[in-house]
Design a protein around this ligand. Structure first.
Ligand code: NAP
Length: 262
C-alpha cells in the first residue's frame, strides 16, 4: 500500500516503542524510511528492541533507529528529549504518543495514589510530550503530525475508570488541538484500540481476559500490526485532510458485548 520511501527523511518519536504496539509502529515507520527515536523508562528493553530493529534492516531504504530513555511523566526528561533531538536530528516531523499503562480494578477499590498514577501517565504524560514537541518543533516548523494511541472508551471503561477518564481526556485534547493548531499545519488524531494481542496484556491476570473474544463481534483480538497499519496511515500523506479524529480499531467491540467481568 505504501511506497518504501513514504517517510524518507522524516523524523519520528514513538513513545513506548520498545514493546508491543509501539514496536510494531516503529517497525513499519522504519520500513517506510523514517528515522525513529524510540523512548521509554527501561533502557534494557530499548536496547533489546534496537537490536531487533537492526536485524530487520534488509535494504538501504530502512530508516535509522536509536533510543532515548524518557519517562513521559517527568517534564525535565521530556524537555531533555526535545533538546537531544534538536542537537542530533535537528528536527521532528511525527510524534506517536503510545506509552501508557493501567491496571484493572473496581472503581471503589482504586486508591488516590493508583488513580493519580494512571492519570499522570496516560493523560499528563501525553500532554507533556505533545506540548513540548509542538513548541520545540511543530509550531516553529509550521508542520507536524501527532497520533495518540488511547483505548476504546466509547461506552466508558468499566473495570478501569482511571484509564477511561485519562483516555477520554486525550480524545478531547485531540479535538481541541486539531482546531487550535490547524493554523500551524499540525494535524493530530487518535487511535482507540480494543483488545490487542500484545505485550500489554501480560499485565493482566489470565482470568480477566478469559472468553473475551466472545464479546467482540469479530470474535478475535486485534494485532499490533493492525494498529500499526492505522498509525502509519494517519501519519502519512494519505491522511492529509484528517485531523481531530479518533479512529476505533476494535472489531466492533465498542458497539456490542460486555467484555470484562466485573
Ligand atoms: N494491548 C491492548 O489491548 C491495548 C488496548 C488499548 C490501548 N492500549 C494502549 O496502547 C499502548 C501500547 O500498549 P501495548 O499493548 O503495546 O503495551 P506495553 O507493551 O505495556 O507498552 C507500553 C509501553 O509504554 C512504555 N511506558 C509506560 N509508561 C511509560 C512512561 N511513564 N514513560 C515512558 N514510557 C512508558 C513501556 O515501556 P517502559 O516500561 O520501558 O517505560 C512500554 O514500552 C499503551 O498505552 C496501552 O495502554 C493497549
Amino acid at each position: 500500500m505504501f511506497l518504501p520511501n513514504t517517510f524518507k527523511d522524516k523524523v519520528a518519536i514513538v513513545t513506548g516503542g520498545g514493546s508491543g504496539i509501539g514496536f510494531a509502529i516503529t517497525q513499519q515507520l522504519l520500513e517506510l524510511g523514517a528515522n525513529v527515536i524510540i523512548t521509554s523508562r527501561k533502557e534494557e528493553r530499548l536496547i533489546t528492541a534496537i537490536e531487533k530493529f537492526n536485524a530487520l534492516r534488509t535494504n538501504d531504504s530502512f530508516g535509522k533507529v536509536r533510543y532515548q530513555v524518557c519517562d513521559i511523566r517527568d517534564t525535565e526528561q521530556v524537555e531533555a528529549l526535545a533538546k537531544n533531538i534538536k542537537d542530533n536530528e535537528g528536527t521532528l516531523d511525527i510524534l506517536v504518543n503510545n506509552a501508557g499503562g493501567q491496571f484493572p480494578s473496581l472503581a471503589e477499590d482504586i486508591s488516590f495514589k493508583g488513580w493519580n498514577a494512571v492519570i499522570n501517565n496516560n493523560l499528563n504524560g501525553t500532554w507533556y510530550m505533545t506540548q513540548t514537541m509542538a513548541k520545540q518543533f511543530f509550531i516553529p516548523n509550521q508542520s507536524g503530525r501527532i497520533v495518540n494511541i488511547i483505548a476504546n472508551v466509547f461506552r466508558g471503561f468499566p473495570a478501569m475508570v482511571h484509564t477511561g477518564a485519562a483516555r477520554a481526556g486525550v480524545d478531547n485534547l485531540t479535538k481541541t488541538l486539531a482546531v487550535e493548531w490547524s493554523k500551524y499545519n499540525v494535524q493530530i488524531n487518535a487511535i482507540a484500540p480494543g483488545i490487542i494481542a500484545s505485550s500489554g496484556l501480560e499485565n493482566y491476570q489470565p482470568e480477566f481476559l478469559e472468553g473475551v473474544e466472545k464479546a467482540i463481534p469479530m470474535r478475535r483480538m486485534g494485532t499490533s500490526e493492525e494498529v500499526a497499519n492505522l498509525t502509519v496511515f494517519l501519519a502519512s500523506p494519505f491522511a492529509n485532510y484528517i485531523t481531530g479524529e479518533t479512529v476505533y480499531i476494535d472489531g466492533g467491540q465498542r458497539l456490542w458485548g460486555d467484555f470484562f467481568k466485573l
